[in-house]
Design a protein around this ligand. Structure first.
Ligand code: CTP
Ligand code: MG
Length: 227
């Protein structure tokens, strides 16, 4: 089979609250998502790295991307993440049984090893799956007054990450069933088809840069990687 990466990067970063979207913040002298794209391009099995940016994106052209192999840019971002992925899939026009690894641009500390673990685990899987982490802390359910109404057993609870890896045809069908404004990740759309995505152990460093406080951690992690 063939493997392609699809990177939604058409968000505005409203929670981060910077003047530019968070995927363009400077990190080690490069835009944040340069690191994301470079990691995906460094995975030998991945043939194409399709980036989805907003049609009105005014930042992309200000930076250099030529050193990222396999990169192709599609200005087809939508109003929601799921819509951006849906449009990106159409632009990718992959064969139905090609694997597509959808990965958030804002998860810039992903390691090549984690992607290779995902691919190796799912290569012969009938459904596909995602990187995720078992919940480590005790989980509380709150009532309306923010008091604990229950302790939720954490056994078998996982936190979803990306990449999420599914066959292009299956994912296209799943997203088409929508509604795209309630689909928060690819796996949840696949679940709506009655399928059960496989959970593959991710890594703590593969967090999503969401708030300003996340940037210092990303900087430190990328610095240790360079050695
Ligand atoms: N994304 C996208 N198209 C959208 C919304 C989000 O491609 N309409 C992308 C983001 O650029 C990001 C990934 O989906 O790489 C995960 O989304 P999130 O972390 O929520 O980023 P933003 O939506 O930009 O941030 P916020 O929700 O704080 O506004
Ligand atoms: Mg968002």
């Amino acid at each position: 089979s063939r493997y392609h990466a699809l990177v939604p990067a058409a968000g505005s970063g409203s929670r981060f609250g910077a003047p530019s979207p968070k995927q363009y913040l400077q990190l080690d002298g490069k835009p944040l998502m340069w690191h994301t794209l470079a990691t995906l391009a460094a995975v030998p099995a991945i043939e194409r790295v399709a980036l989805v940016i907003s049609p009105g994106d005014e930042w992309f052209d200000s930076y250099h991307w030529d050193d990222i192999a396999k990169l192709e840019v599609h200005r087809v971002g939508g109003a929601s993440r799921a819509e951006s992925v849906q449009n990106g899939l159409a632009a990718l026009a992959a064969a139905d049984d090609d694997w597509v690894l959808v990965h958030d641009a804002a998860r810039c500390c992903l390691s090549v090893a984690a992607v290779e673990r995902l691919i190796a685990t799912l290569a012969d899987d009938p459904v596909g799956g995602l990187l995720a982490l078992p919940v480590a802390d005790t989980v509380k359910r709150a009532n309306a007054e923010q008091r604990v109404s229950a302790t939720v057993p954490r056994e078998r609870l996982w936190l979803a990450q990306t990449p999420q890896m599914f066959r292009a045809g299956c994912l296209t069908e799943a997203l088409a069933r929508g509604p795209v404004d309630v689909i928060t990740d690819e796996a949840s759309a696949i679940e709506q088809l009655g399928l059960q995505p496989r959970l593959v152990e991710g890594e703590a460093q593969n967090f999503k840069v969401t708030w300003p406080r996340d940037l210092a951690l990303a900087k430190a992690l990328l610095a240790t990687r360079r050695g």
